[in-house]
Design a binder for this molecule. Structure first.
Ligand SMILES: NC(=O)c1ccc[n+]([C@@H]2O[C@H](COP(=O)([O-])OP(=O)(O)OC[C@H]3O[C@@H](n4cnc5c(N)ncnc54)[C@H](O)[C@@H]3O)[C@@H](O)[C@H]2O)c1
Length: 264
């Protein structure tokens, strides 16, 4: 247990971040390393995993390693779990197909969306977090400060306003919201079955500014009380809080971090 002065310290803990070489995952990993956590970066590309891990070690002096694994392969989660030889305290389920992933039949108009794309998104966005939580639970339960953090989305909480996308090439697939809503419920489920040894929470990011169509961005910002889209850095605080003893009496919750998007 951390001292009251040091509630956010993650020194002595090890975190696994899936999709950890991606734009949000790498920042979440950096936020955990900044609090002293050793970090395991997992993603598809071996080289990207190693590069992100090396950067964490250089910037924060923590132990960091990469374990590449394709979570869509039948033995993808098992391969990752078996490669983790030491203790584990924190699991961040971040890897997912987002609304911009180029999967055929996914981020296209509703009538063109396919069962195959829906199944693929379900497998990465929902089955993989379930499978990792199930397989890693015994290891996590041995930790005195175990925390699972699932990355949901505002579209796991509210439906998309399709008017935002009018005149753009952007889409918002049914499978995205369905799987991100599913992870909210999976979070509640896991929080009860894994209590009291492991806390399980999620956070729901609002849209991250990544050079989207300006018409979309303008409409999006008007509907955001804080008046702007998110940056990856906006999620440093929530992941550090949920991973640490600062949130030690919080479990089963999904924290919206969306500039107020879901408040009205
Ligand atoms: N970008 C946003 O605006 C936004 C908004 C709300 C929530 N989110 C959520 O944040 C998380 C990260 O989003 P992002 O925008 O950084 O996503 P991204 O697609 O840019 O990155 C996801 C990472 O997951 C990895 N990945 C993809 N398929 C994989 C597989 N089969 N096995 C292992 N790893 C795989 C990718 O290589 C990539 O590094 C996701 O869960 C997403 O749903 C994002």
């Amino acid at each position: 247990m951390s001292s009251p002065q040091n509630l956010f310290s993650l020194t002595g803990r090890t975190a696994l971040v899936t999709g950890g070489a991606g734009p949000l995952g790498s920042v979440l990993a950096d936020a955990l390393a900044a609090q002293g956590a050793d970090v395991i970066i997992s993603d598809i590309s071996e080289q990207a995993c190693q590069e992100v891990a090396a950067g964490l070690h250089d910037r924060h002096g923590v132990a960091a390693r990469g374990i590449s694994s394709n979570l869509l392969e039948p033995d993808g989660t098992l391969k990752l779990v078996e490669a983790i030889d030491g203790p584990l305290d924190i699991l961040v389920n971040n890897a997912a197909f987002t609304g911009t992933s180029g999967v055929p039949g996914y981020a296209v108009p509703f009538e063109e969306q396919t069962d195959e794309a829906f199944e693929l998104a379900s497998s990465l966005n929902l089955r993989a977090p379930f499978s990792l939580a199930r397989q890693l639970a015994p290891k996590l339960a041995a930790s005195a400060g175990a925390s699972i953090i699932n990355v949901s989305s505002i579209y796991g909480i509210v439906a998309p306003n399709m008017g935002l996308y009018e005149g753009t090439r952007m889409g918002n697939p049914a499978a995205y919201g369905a799987t991100k809503g599913g992870i909210v419920q999976l979070t509640r489920y896991l929080s009860t079955v894994l209590a009291p040894r492991i806390r399980v929470n999620a956070f729901a990011p609002g849209g991250i500014a990544r050079g989207q169509d300006s018409a979309f961005t303008e409409r999006y910002e008007k509907l955001t009380p804080l008046g702007r889209m998110a940056t990856e850095d906006d999620f440093r605080g929530v992941v550090a809080w949920l991973a640490s003893d600062a949130s030690r009496y919080v479990t089963g919750q999904t924290i919206a971090v969306d500039g107020g998007w879901s408040a009205w």
